[in-house]
Ligand binder design. Structure first.
Ligand SMILES: [Zn+2]
Length: 101
């Protein structure tokens, strides 16, 4: 088995308790990458424009950026599509609405 990041889903190799990409926890299984959008707001700060939200994942919350397609609402399911470390060295997470049937 390979440790998989609980946040971005990246495989941690060589095996490590922390993701080499976003420093999230790793677990020896496939994990859910969807969470629930708890709060969100628009940012108009120059250089940081966009929509930021608080996403409740499996037992923890994190702040991520989102694509605003005009359909964002509290309580909707969102899916992490990328994560990494920004130029300031802080981890970031990006979410898109999880499409439901
Ligand atoms: Zn990760």
């Amino acid at each position: 088995m390979v440790p998989v990041c609980t946040l971005c889903g990246k495989k941690a190799w060589p095996p490590s308790p922390a993701c080499p990409k976003c420093f999230g926890r790793t677990v020896l299984k496939k994990v859910e990458k969807t969470g629930t959008l708890v709060e969100f707001s628009n940012s108009y700060v120059r250089g940081h424009e966009g929509v930021f939200g608080i996403i409740e994942m499996d037992g923890f919350r994190l702040v991520g950026s989102l694509d605003d397609d005009g359909k964002l609402r509290k309580g909707m399911k969102v899916k992490m599509d990328s994560c990494g470390v920004n130029v300031e060295g802080a981890p970031f997470y990006h979410f898109t609405p999880a499409t439901t049937k």
